[in-house]
Design a protein. Structure first.
Length: 88
């Protein structure tokens, strides 16, 4: 079941996030849900352990560069996320 949530972000962050979501064929809501799912997955003891925290900080500051060596492709992560949503 989806629940509505009101959040406030810097307008520039929202614009960049919308472009990122559109480029990755995902809605902004699902992108945020995916990120929150990852953060709360109990894998990470703190936000500093979460690999995207650096990227979020850079986007918020205006930089758009993020480098990492993923264990799983972003397509596989997205597929895993949507398959989990379907099985609920």
């Amino acid at each position: 079941m989806d629940t509505k949530l009101t959040l406030s972000f810097d307008q520039n962050v929202v614009e960049k996030a919308k472009k990122y979501a559109a480029a990755n064929n995902i809605s902004l809501s699902r992108l945020i849900e995916f990120l929150l799912t990852q953060v709360t997955s109990a894998q990470y003891k703190s936000l500093e352990d979460f690999p995207i925290s650096e990227w979020v900080s850079k986007v918020a500051e205006g930089e758009v560069e993020y480098k990492r060596t993923p264990k799983t492709s972003s397509k596989d992560l997205k597929d895993e996320f949507f398959n989990a949503k379907k099985s609920k």
